[in-house]
Ligand binder design. Structure first.
Ligand code: FES
Length: 142
């Protein structure tokens, strides 16, 4: 489902929230975040992984066969960027929009291009795509 919300699109039902239970918090084995086929190119999804010993929400963004990930924490006021779990706003020009106060982020480096945290960036998290799945490897946290 895709709805218009002002200048942004709501990617409801695309990607969405992904929960995995392959790893217990603190384990260093790779964590399966999402099956690539469940995240259409150009959309966002949310998954959880242990980062620095804490269970954290991640924003995943797929572009072709490539997936980028950031902590789901806005540099403005520390809020999640999704308006409901796994539901992210994307502007017509392809920017990720924080649902809290409307900051916009480009999807290459996660830098805020407009809004109250302009010039700051989301924290990038290293993920790998392997065998049609997206993984976080604890040693690759970044
Ligand atoms: S918390 Fe994201 S713009 Fe304010």
């Amino acid at each position: 489902m895709r709805q218009s919300a002002g200048s942004a699109s709501i990617h409801a039902g695309q990607g969405g929230r992904v929960r995995t239970s392959l790893n217990e918090p603190g384990e260093s084995a790779p964590t399966l975040l999402v099956e690539l086929e469940n995240v259409p190119s150009g959309t966002f999804a949310e998954a959880e992984a242990v980062i620095d010993g804490e269970s954290e929400s991640l924003i995943l963004y797929r572009e072709g066969d490539r997936v980028r990930a950031w902590l789901n924490i806005c540099p403005h006021a520390g809020r999640r960027l999704d308006f409901a779990p796994g539901q992210f706003l994307k502007s017509r020009d392809g920017l990720l929009v924080c649902a809290a106060h409307g900051a916009t982020f480009e999807t290459t480096h996660g830098e805020c291009t407009a809004g109250p945290c302009r010039g700051q960036s989301l924290r990038s998290i290293a993920v790998v795509v392997r065998d049609g799945k997206v993984w976080h490897e604890a040693s690759a946290a970044g």
